[in-house]
Every structure is written in C-alpha cells, then in structure tokens.
Ligand binder design. Structure first.
Ligand code: NAD
Length: 422
C-alpha cells in the first residue's frame, strides 16, 4: 500500500484527539477542560471564487481553524494542497497550540489551508486566489488575533500578498506583523527560512548526547526534500553526519557513501526533484523509510510511519520535521523498539519560534542580526528539549506524550488563571 493511500484513510484530527485523551488520563484532567481542548475555538470555512487565466471562474474551498488562544494570539501556517480538509486543519491547529506552549512562546494554535493544486496554477491565478482568501479571513486574523505563516506549498510570495491585502483592507498602512515568513524586503527575519531545519538540528544534537551517539559516525535519511527537509539535512550534516537517502513527491534516491546536501539542493532547484540525482540509486518511498540509518527525518506529509511499517524502521532517532508523520499505533511500536522520537511539536518548533522573533521585530520596527536570531533559537529550543526529555523520564512515557503533557499543563494553567467569561 502506498503512503498516499494510508494518508487518505487516517483522519489526522482523530489522531490529535487520541493523543490529547491519552495525555489527559495521565494528568487526570477535568472532563470540561478536556472538552475545551478537544474543540477548536473557531473554524471558518470560505468559498474563494477565482478568475482563472482562461477567463473561467473556479471556486476553491479554504479553512482557518483557531484552536486555542489562552496563551496568546493564534499562530500557524496556511497550506495549499489537494488533500487539505477541515479535519486536517483542525488537527494541525491543535498541534500548533501544543507546539507554541512547548516552545514557551506567547501564542495559541491556528492553521489554515486551501484545497487546490498550486502546481497546476499560474502565478496570476495563485495571486488572485490568495488575495481573495486573505480578504475572506481578514476579520479573524490580525497582529494580536491570529498571525498566519507559510506551510506546504506556500512561501514568502503568498505571505507578501496576504500582508499587502490585509494592510490595504485594514487602514491602508503597512502592517507586517499580521503574518510571518515574509521576504526580508518587507519585514521578514533573517534566519527564518532555515529556522525549522536549524531548530531540528539543535534538538538532534541534544538527543544524540542523551543516547551517546557520535554524530561523526551518524547517517541521515530524509523523506521530503523541501524547505524543512533541505535545511534539516544540511544543518544536521554540519554536525558531522552524512545523508545517505532523500526523497520528494517524485521519487527517492540512495547512496550509502553519502549525498552532498548542497549539491542535492542545487539539483532540486534546477530540475524540480531529487529523482535522477547523479551517483545515486533510485528506490521507492517505502524502501527509503525502512533504510538503516542513525537519524530518520520525515519532512513531507502526515501518516507516513504507521503500524504497517513501524516495525521495519531501523534507526536510533526519528526527528520529525513534518507535522503528524507518525500515527499513535506506530508510536507505541517505536517506543517498544527503543527508537527516540523527537516529536514534531518539539523538533519543528524552530519555525514558529523564529516566526515569533519576526513578529517581535515587526512590532518594534527593529531588525536583528542573523547570529542573534540563531543564538536565541538555540537557547530556546534546547531548553524545550530538556523540558520534554525530563517529562519523558519523569512519567516514563514516549517523547510525544511527554511533549503533549508539558504543553497541556501550560495551556490548562493559562485557561484556569484567565477563567471563563461570562
Ligand atoms: P515543502 O513544500 O517545501 O516540502 C515538502 C516536500 O515533501 C516537497 O519536496 C515534496 O515534494 C515532498 N513530498 C510530498 N509528498 C511526498 C511523499 N509522498 N513522499 C516523499 N516526499 C513527498 O514544505 P515544507 O515547508 O518543507 O513542509 C514540510 C513539512 O514540514 C510539513 O508537514 C510542514 O507542516 C512541516 N513544517 C514546515 C515548517 C517550515 O517552516 N517550512 C515549519 C514547521 C513544520
């Protein structure tokens, strides 16, 4: 069965709820509080009529889910993908609440998406669809309400269109703090592009120390050689390890002698895929995930490691750049097999942390050197890693459960201190 078939069958919101319920049992959480956390505060569904280049009109469906804002404004990406669904967006917004709480930054969780295939759309069509979407969600987002960011198949270009549309609609002055992941020229932060991969590399560094792995002997396999996967493999590679396999939606490649990350990034930029890279053999996505290595980095989509393949995974550390790549059943198998999983909410928290730094810089209209951004990120995510690792040891649970326990405790504390009104 291909991973995309598995992807269709597993409802990511059910996965998120199952994780929440398991954690709530350990924490002995009040039933009413569990209900608060199980349901997003608000979900907006919009129809986005878009003029296509041939003059026809297509109506796309878009969503924005705001899961919880007890600790601060909602924060989370907007993805463009044919598989986007309300269930997926709800799950991702819940994971953002946990992620922001684990990173201990003053945000809640949000997520959005449009059901579309951006690869089959022109730049003008994408711009018209993005601006119309920005207009339709303009009343529920804002610098102190909900601050979107890029996600799968969106980037600086889309963020710039959303910032421009929002700024014109809301008083016609520039409001860069409404969105993060912007190009540097309009208020983006230095270091933001690399932040997810960089943060992941810092957590891998600490995990390797905890389980006595010599990074100079370590090998890496990356599923999904996109933004997060490319920087993750490059920066984990800078710690001395070597990448031996990588994949994207068009194919997977392997070379046990090592694949140069910079050369592969250049090749992918030129050809649009890793498939066909010189000096490497082509393999299937299933074989890629089951390749023996020290560090496996899933950096593509959800539900890639399931009960069907978890037992076949031969690695020491799984560092999740992607959101939700491992199902709960697979988590149990990995824990039993002594594989240390650095869960998505911790491992890819560097992206949202530097988004927070971008927002701070925008609000103050002052800009930091890249070194300052990276140093702050290192201190912040290393502290989060220790917090999660200590919780994992204290409760004798896997790292994902530990991260969720830590996050829920922080969110519950904020909900309780604020109280319910009216
Ligand atoms: P991206 O679009 O840049 O990269 C995704 C990559 O995955 C692409 O290369 C694509 O070809 C590949 N892919 C898609 N389907 C695949 C499949 N079935 N098998 C193998 N490869 C496949 O997106 P991104 O920004 O790198 O995001 C990737 C993941 O990381 C997502 O889950 C996203 O939510 C998460 N993430 C990203 C950031 C960030 O800052 N970019 C932050 C946090 C989390």
């Amino acid at each position: 069965m291909s991973s995309s078939n598995l992807n269709e069958k597993i409802n990511p919101f059910e996965v998120a709820l199952k994780q929440l319920e398991e954690a709530s049992k350990i924490l002995n959480l009040d039933k009413g509080m569990l209900q608060i956390l199980a349901n997003p505060k608000r979900i907006l569904t919009v129809s986005i009529p878009t003029k296509m280049d041939d003059g026809s009109i297509r109506v796309f469906t878009g969503f924005r889910s705001q899961h919880n804002d007890a600790r601060g404004p909602c924060k989370g990406g907007i993805r463009y993908h044919p598989d986007v669904s309300v269930e997926e967006v709800k799950a991702l917004s819940m994971w953002m609440t946990w992620k922001c709480a684990i990173a201990n930054i003053p945000y809640g969780g949000g997520k959005g998406g449009i059901v579309c295939n951006p690869k089959q759309m022109s730049e003008n069509e994408l711009e018209r669809m993005t601006r119309r979407f920005a207009y339709l969600i303009a009343d529920i987002i804002g610098p102190y309400k909900d601050i979107p960011a890029p996600d799968v198949y969106t980037g600086g270009k889309e963020m710039a269109w959303i910032m421009d549309t929002y700024s014109i609609l809301k008083g016609n002055y520039v409001q860069p703090e409404v969105i993060t992941g912007k190009p540097i020229a309009i208020g983006g932060s230095l270091g933001r592009n690399e932040a997810t991969g960089r943060g992941l590399a810092y957590t891998v560094r600490e995990a390797a120390k905890k389980i006595d792995i010599d990074m100079k002997q370590a090998t890496i396999v990356v599923q999904g050689f996109g933004n997060a996967g490319q920087f993750a493999s490059k920066l984990v590679g800078e710690q001395g390890s070597k990448m031996i396999a990588a994949s994207d939606s068009q194919g997977a490649i392997i070379n046990k002698d090592g694949i140069d990350a910079d050369a592969l990034i250049k090749f992918k930029k030129e050809t649009g895929t890793v498939a066909g890279f010189e000096n490497a053999k082509s393999i299937s996505n299933e074989e890629l995930l089951e390749t023996e290595c020290t560090i496996l980095i899933p950096a593509a989509l959800e539900n890639q490691i399931t009960k069907n393949n978890a037992d076949k995974i031969k690695t020491k550390i799984i560092a999740e750049a992607a959101n939700g790549p491992t199902t709960p059943e697979a988590d149990e198998i990995l824990f039993k097999n002594d594989i240390l999983v650095i869960p998505d909410v911790l491992a890819n928290g560097g992206g949202v942390t530097v988004s927070y730094y971008e927002w701070l810089q925008n609000l103050r209209r002052e800009y930091w050197k890249e070194e300052e951004v990276n140093n702050r990120l290192d201190i912040n995510i290393t502290k989060s890693f220790f917090d999660v690792y200590d919780t994992h040891k204290k409760y004798n649970v896997d790292m994902r459960k530990a991260a969720t326990l830590l996050a829920i405790n922080r969110v519950v504390e904020a909900v309780n201190i604020r109280g319910l009104w009216p």
